[in-house]
Design a protein around this ligand. Structure first.
Ligand code: MV4
Length: 446
């Protein structure tokens, strides 16, 4: 096992990783920007290094600063966390070149999944269901129209190097194709530096269902069931649950089997998530995330697997300590993302936390880095806490969630807490009847 790990991240996820390191007896190095010296993960770490000015580009995205900090402290492995450099192929490669372990998949798998066309083509070949559409990059309006004649309208154009919804454009008929394609290409170019786009049949009312996998260096691949992440606002997830209320045991086993087989065939190592759209009982692969995800705790709650601990053990060359037969999805978990945001406009609400009380008790987990009198800086993600509720079934989970949110006190800044309270009183949410558009369609009247 590693003796020392550097955590190349900040906030709640850095605390989460640090906790796993402590439990494994691994010494920790925190890195931080100038304004972040009083972060909880910096306080809890054995050592810390300031890696640059406040802007992410100068600190948390500064590869040479982070590698210098790692060399200076005698780090054996680097955990990139979520966001920042977590899906940066070049960073993964450079960590290895400096004789350290990157706690994540191999660089070639990061780049394969970063290219959405390549990812889709690979998964399709391996038997994973995908949405019908163009085989590769769309070259012309004529090509798009002739493919749309087969798939039917509406169609959606997506950036090849995209993700997160940027650069997506819908065409409802052949008359809209030219403009949608032009707009998608321009947005792709502006956001990702490449104007390459591909096309798919547009699904009108799907759910976002993602499958968690974990694979070791010895060919063992296990899936940990699914998460329903359909409650999103502008492609920002807000509430996630596991299992999904629309997925049966048979469906879970079936998609899990398909996914683990495919992941095994490409020799993927580490943790990963395959994102699907799910509509009328069918799964359609969208993209694969090659990192630990924000919403991993709900999977930990229903499977009992400490995913971050296992991720570190895999990077250290250890075998998975469980097989698929050992995994049973038991009970129900929900994650409520508490963001420092205005509840109406969702604009960031940085500032001082004047008063703080976290809920606890049976079935409640809180992953957070904030404390009373901590000042949230304006430079980074607005996620400040994840409240996770667990119950023996969905109804009990909702009851625990309501109770936990009612105990939560965060004064001095605005948060998304009240929105979650309202969601848990909404009849559609209580019934589990929601798709990817539900939150945007209902924000005004909940
Ligand atoms: C789609 C789609 C409908 N049909 N693809 C948005 C982000 C990106 N990862 C995929 N996205 C979508 N792809 C087809 N063929 C609808 C969306 C989509 C969406 C997906 C998941 C969660 C929220 C969403 C909100 C709007 C659109």
């Amino acid at each position: 096992m590693f003796k020392k790990i550097l955590i190349a991240n900040r906030g709640d996820i850095a605390v989460r990783i640090l906790r796993a390191c402590k439990e494994l007896g691994i010494s920790t190095v925190a890195v931080h920007s100038e304004c972040d010296s009083n972060l909880m993960n910096v306080r809890l770490a054995d050592e810390s290094v300031c890696i640059g000015p406040n802007r992410s580009i100068d600190s948390y995205l500064n590869i040479s600063s982070i590698l210098s900090a790692a060399e200076l402290t005698g780090t054996e492995a680097i955990h990139p966390g979520v966001g920042f450099l977590s899906e940066n192929e070049k960073f993964a490669r450079m960590v290895a070149e400096h004789n350290m372990k990157f706690i994540g998949p191999r660089p070639e798998h990061i780049s394969m999944m970063g290219d959405k066309i390549a990812a889709k083509r690979t998964m399709k070949k391996l038997g994973i269901p995908v949405v019908t559409g163009s085989e590769g990059e769309i070259q012309s309006v004529e090509e798009a129209i002739s493919i749309a004649e087969i798939t039917g309208y509406p169609v959606i154009f997506k950036a090849s190097s995209g993700g997160g919804g940027k650069g997506m454009k819908i065409a409802n008929n052949s008359g809209e194709v030219a403009n949608a394609l032009k707009m998608a290409k321009a947005e792709a170019k502006a956001n990702f530096g490449s104007n390459s786009v591909y096309m798919e049949r547009y699904l009108a009312h799907p759910k976002h269902i993602e499958v968690q996998i974990i694979a070791d260096n010895y060919g063992n691949v296990v899936h940990l069931g699914e998460r329903d992440c359909s409650i999103q606002r502008n492609h920002q997830k807000l509430l996630e649950e596991s299992p999904s209320s629309v997925i049966s045991n048979d469906e879970r086993n079936k998609i899990g089997e398909i996914v683990t087989k495919a992941v095994g065939e490409i020799g993927y190592i580490g943790v990963g998530t395959l994102e699907f759209l799910y509509e009328n009982g069918e799964f359609f692969f969208m993209e694969m995330n090659t990192r630990i995800q924000v919403e991993h705790p709900i999977t930990e709650m229903v499977t009992g697997v400490d995913i971050v601990r296992e991720q570190i053990k895999i990077a250290a060359g250890e075998k998975l300590s469980f097989s698929q037969e050992d995994i049973k999805v038991t009970g129900h978990a929900m994650e409520f993302r508490i963001n420092a945001e205005d509840p109406k406009t969702f604009t960031p609400s940085p500032g001082n936390i004047d008063e703080l009380h976290f809920p606890g008790g049976n079935g409640v987990r809180v992953d957070s880095h904030i404390y009373r009198n901590y000042t949230i800086p304006p430079y980074y993600d607005s996620l400040i806490a994840k409240i996770i509720a667990y119950g023996k079934d969905r109804a009990e989970c909702i009851a625990k969630g309501r109770r936990a949110l009612s105990e939560l006190v965060i004064d001095g800044i605005s948060t998304t807490t009240d929105l979650h309270k309202k969601l848990l009183e909404n009849s559609d949410i209580i019934k589990g009847e929601y798709d990817i558009h539900w939150l945007m369609d209902n924000l005004e009247n909940i």
